[in-house]
Design a protein around this ligand. Structure first.
Ligand SMILES: C[S@@+](CC[C@H](N)C(=O)[O-])C[C@H]1O[C@@H](n2cnc3c(N)ncnc32)[C@H](O)[C@@H]1O
Length: 213
């Protein structure tokens, strides 16, 4: 074989190898997340509790009742609470087990919710569709930026998750923690209605409610 065609062949093999690697890593990365969360949730105990986060309860009166998306719903503590307050709730999560527990919690509270198993890394949200989007303790900056388009005009977003101060109290990967004022920056195209940095020397998180104009 001439050295030119051998080089060509090597190039083709190299590029094909890269495609195979990319395919395998995308095919195998997600089931790991799914399995990990399904395993964690495989217990009668509600790992995150059955009660909603205080920031949601304290601000329930300003949130627009209507079509609501609970992104990374988990076992449903927040979505089920919203359903008891008359919100029409759809929960998204990668874990079937978490969503099963969310339905059980809804039944216990005499309400119904809808749920869908999705991988939020690839999800497309329908534009101009939601009155309210909540997302708690699921950190994905790219996903947060999709919320604006998915909201109806006047719709609101509520986000809460750990911030950089949390690293003082727990071993936690800094890349999953919000930087100072980061939520204010991410939602700066919206009207900020509520914002807090909470720190009780055990936990530290930031919370925001913002409204689409
Ligand atoms: C810390 S829990 C928070 C659950 C809930 N938001 C709460 O505050 O109780 C994070 C959730 O994200 C979900 N999750 C992790 N990776 C995901 C992915 N790629 N797509 C969808 N959900 C995912 C997990 O199954 C889990 O329920």
């Amino acid at each position: 074989m001439k050295s030119h065609s051998r080089t060509q062949l090597l190039k083709v093999l190299f590029v094909t190898g890269l495609f195979v690697l990319a395919f395998l890593s995308s095919a195998y990365a997600k089931p790991k997340d799914k399995d990990r969360w399904n395993k964690k949730y495989d217990t009668e105990v509600y790992l995150f509790g059955e009660k909603p986060i205080p920031f949601l309860v304290n601000n329930i009166d300003i949130l627009p009742k209507g079509k609501t998306l609970d992104v990374a719903m988990g076992e449903g503590r927040n979505g089920v609470y919203l359903a008891t307050q008359g919100f029409d709730v759809m929960g998204l999560d990668i874990s079937e087990k978490g969503l099963e527990k969310a339905h059980a919690l809804a039944a216990k509270n005499n309400v119904t919710i809808q749920t869908k198993v999705v991988d939020l890394e690839n999800v497309e949200l329908e534009p101009n569709s939601y009155d309210l989007i909540i997302c708690t303790y699921f950190m994905d900056r790219g996903l947060y930026k999709k919320f604006y388009d998915a909201l109806k005009p006047g719709g609101m977003v509520l986000v809460e998750t750990y911030n950089i101060d949390y690293l003082k109290y727990r071993r936690f990967n800094a890349k999953w923690a919000l930087n100072t004022n980061e939520l204010l920056d991410i939602f700066k195209g919206m009207r900020i209605l509520r914002y807090q940095d909470y720190d009780d020397a055990r936990e530290a998180y930031s919370s925001i409610i913002a409204q689409k104009p």
